[in-house]
Design a binder for this molecule. Structure first.
Ligand code: SAH
Length: 341
């Protein structure tokens, strides 16, 4: 019989499995704590579990693990980029960042990406597969173990489109925030999407406390079509409507990401269009990202980031500029790859 990836099971799923094996339900909580709080990597370390139950665990389950293939440390800002090898040999990148408010980690959710955004390196080598909940989780557990740093916040902004791996990402959120496990508040987690409208509605129904970031990058269909293929499936009007409904359902303000590209979306006219688009939404936030240049593309950084921000703020939109971290090790937004470091 094939063994089960125990780190991908929610507590309820683990309870159900253990009951099938004739074990008591409370054992599941004990085992869950060993896995997600104490983070043992071997069933035999679970000292309050009987030898018989540990043998049963070993026969039916396995504890997944990732290997660090490379670790690069930025000499500018202490950002660390990890290249992790998954059990099947595929690879993903993870980035550990230091802010004044604590350590933050950027996690990948897929091996590669299907979305095809023109400015993003993560999509260039295509899509291979979704990450399992344990593989998303382990990027953080392994990084904490390796760095000796405690992670205070998570951004699901690495390789992949999190809402395209919906069920596994929701399971990951359940696991990371579980009080018997790592117990991280969802308030400390941001999920970034290129705008999968149907999944934004599905997420809204769950009323989770996380922050939803939407990669907008252009205020009109004409411009967005040129840089983000997903826009032909979910045009801006539908996307903005979903964002408004998300805010109404959850009370959580949306953060819109806007990567400024020289000569594409950094002019005054675009700023005005953006204001007209977002003002009616009410509470929201615009996160301006100076575009990070990638090998495959010819998009260049805009020189107008601060003036663009000023126009937005002067017109009542809440806007900030995202700090670029790890630029010397290609660890910044849109620079992560599944195939090298
Ligand atoms: N697939 C998700 C999350 C991954 S990317 C999404 O699209 O939101 C995280 C953020 O980095 C997104 O806003 C993405 O559009 C942005 N990004 C991608 N490539 C970039 C680049 N070259 N420079 C700056 N930001 C980039």
């Amino acid at each position: 019989m094939e063994k089960t990836d125990i780190l991908s099971l929610t507590l309820e799923e683990l309870e159900a499995k253990l009951l099938q094996f004739g074990e008591k339900k409370f054992r599941a909580t004990q085992i869950f704590q060993w896995l997600h709080d104490k983070k043992v990597t071997d069933f035999d370390k679970m000292s309050n579990i009987s030898a018989q139950t540990r043998a049963l665990l070993g026969e039916n389950f396995y504890i997944n693990s990732l290997k660090i293939q490379k670790r690069l440390v930025s000499s500018i800002d202490n950002t660390v980029k990890y290249l992790y090898v998954l059990p099947d040999g595929n690879k993903v990148e993870t980035v550990l960042m230091e802010y004044h408010h604590g350590n933050s980690i950027c996690l990948s959710t897929q091996v590669g990406c299907k979305m095809g955004c023109k400015f993003c390196a993560s999509t260039k080598a295509g899509f291979v597969r979704n990450l399992e909940p344990s593989e998303i989780l382990l990027q953080m557990y392994e990084t904490e173990r390796d760095s000796g740093r405690t992670i205070d916040s998570v951004v699901l902004m690495g390789i992949g489109e999190p809402l395209d791996n919906f069920d596994n990402v929701i399971k990951y959120l359940n696991l990371i925030s579980h009080k018997s496990g790592r117990n991280m508040s969802l308030r400390h987690i941001s999920l970034s999407t290129c705008g999968l409208v149907d999944k934004i509605y599905k997420l809204a129904e769950m009323k989770l406390g996380l922050t939803l970031s939407v990669s907008l990058h252009a205020p009109t269909d004409e411009k967005r079509d040129q840089i983000m293929p997903i826009n032909s499936k979910y045009p801006i009007k539908e996307l903005i409507k979903a964002c408004g409904d998300y805010f109404n359902a959850t009370g959580r303000r949306i953060s819109f990401e806007f990567a400024l590209i020289k000569g594409v979306n950094d002019d005054i006219g675009t700023a005005r269009e953006l204001i007209s688009l977002l003002k009616p939404l009410g509470v929201c936030h615009v996160n301006l990202i100076p575009i990070n240049e990638i090998r495959e593309g010819d998009y260049k950084k805009s020189g107008f980031v601060e003036s663009f921000k000023k126009i937005l703020c002067d017109n009542g939109l809440n806007a900030t500029v995202r700090r670029t971290l790890g630029a010397d090790i290609e660890a910044a937004c849109g620079q992560l790859r599944r195939d090298n470091i």
